[in-house]
Design a binder for this molecule. Structure first.
Ligand SMILES: *Cc1c(COP(=O)(O)O)cnc(C)c1O
Length: 369
């Protein structure tokens, strides 16, 4: 019996980096600066360098990144933001928590990202920002979105929780608009060992505001000029991210290689499944390798019988979630159809060739029988 393939394997990655990570953790334990210690700044410098942004501000999660971004742009109760209903819930949850109304706009069927052609109609005098999500690792159509934003004087916050490491017209995701937000949740392309996130900007004023918001809106010790949160990322997590970031370019190549292999293996099935569509002017960080299949439920059953792990991102669009009834400005037929037909296959840099082959064989077996 061969071993069960995990949907995500972080142990192999840890073993590859064990010496460096253990040493980094040990250093933190010894210097004892667990909050905003020296590794935080070191990590932020390296993150900023990676996406070629002027500033990176680490924070406690991708969700906090979105919250701090909205707070730094002074969005308030009653304001509206435009976003996609086909995303992880946090994209809409965070605006709602701040009393901001999410106005949803449907996606493109190929990339599953927000359809820029549908945004303009959703703009009202209350609209303050657009929050495109770079879903599954592929940047949204950022130039068109930025142009619209300029025309109507709106901010653009890229929800790049899944796309750290991706590029768009030679520029890096997280650095494609006023503010980019990412997540270091362990399952994201660059993950830490717990919750974490970061915010990127090229604007010095925004960066300063974000740093204050991260510590309860504190301008100087115990002097608070704005509302903030406790949004810091632990020094330990930054210490872990530093060696992980060094391996990350190799990991991106590995993900690309696996995606190409899947694409090549499934190309002849294109009448029955839609392969992930990456637009020619961008790259994906391959947070997920997600196909669109009419017969998804029977494919899923088949994969389960073959012990091939799989997952659905996402089975119910946000506007149809029970808690979001009040903000349902749907229907959104493309998102709704996607939620019924997408399925993600195992995709991570340490997925070995034998297991890649097992995934491919199981999918082929389903379609060829
Ligand atoms: C994961 C994710 C988030 C939230 O990140 P956390 O670190 O889990 O808070 C937000 N948006 C998208 C699109 C995500 O995938």
């Amino acid at each position: 019996m061969s071993q069960q393939i995990p949907f995500l394997d972080l142990k192999t990655q840890y073993r590859a980096l064990q010496t460096a990570i253990n040493q980094r953790i040990q250093n933190v334990l010894e210097h004892g600066q667990f909050i905003l210690g020296p590794e935080v700044e070191e990590c932020e410098q390296k993150l900023a360098e990676f996406v070629k942004a002027k500033y990176a501000i680490t924070c406690a999660s991708g969700s906090d990144a979105l919250m701090m971004a909205l707070m730094a742009l002074d969005l308030q109760q009653g304001d509206e933001i435009i976003t996609t209903p086909f995303s992880f819930i946090a994209t809409a949850e965070i605006p709602v928590l701040l009393g901001i109304t999410p106005v949803f706009v449907d996606i493109e069927p190929g990339t599953f990202n927000i359809d820029p052609n549908k945004i303009e109609k959703a703009i009202t005098p209350k609209t303050k920002a657009i929050i495109p999500v770079s879903l599954y690792g592929q940047p949204a159509e950022m130039d068109e979105i930025n142009n619209l934003a300029n025309k109507y004087n709106l901010f653009v916050i890229e929800d790049a929780a899944q796309s750290f490491g991706a590029s768009y017209k030679e520029r890096m995701s997280c650095n494609l608009s006023h503010i980019g937000c990412t997540s270091f949740f362990p399952a994201k392309p660059l993950g830490c060992y717990g919750d974490g996130g970061a915010i990127f900007t090229n604007d010095a004023k925004t960066a300063l505001k974000l740093k204050e918001i991260r510590v309860h809106g504190q301008e100087s010790r115990y002097f608070h000029t704005r509302l903030g949160i406790n949004g810091r990322l632990d020094t330990l997590q930054c210490a872990i991210l530093i060696p992980k970031l060094e391996r990350f370019p190799w990991e991106l190549e590995q993900r690309e290689r696996i995606a190409q292999k899947y694409n090549k293996s499934f190309l002849h099935l294109e009448s029955r499944l839609q392969l992930p569509k990456v637009i020619h002017d961008r790259t994906s960080a391959w947070a997920q390798y997600t196909i669109f299949v009419e017969e998804r439920e029977s494919l899923i059953q088949h994969l389960s019988r073959r012990s091939i792990p799989h997952s659905v991102h996402y089975p119910l669009p946000i506007h149809q979630q029970p808690a979001y009834k009040r903000w349902n400005n749907g229907p959104f037929p493309i998102s709704e159809r996607a939620s019924k037909h997408v399925v993600s296959l195992p995709m991570y840099p340490d997925l070995n060739e034998e297991n890649q082959d097992r995934v491919v064989e199981a999918v082929l077996e389903f379609f060829e029988n």
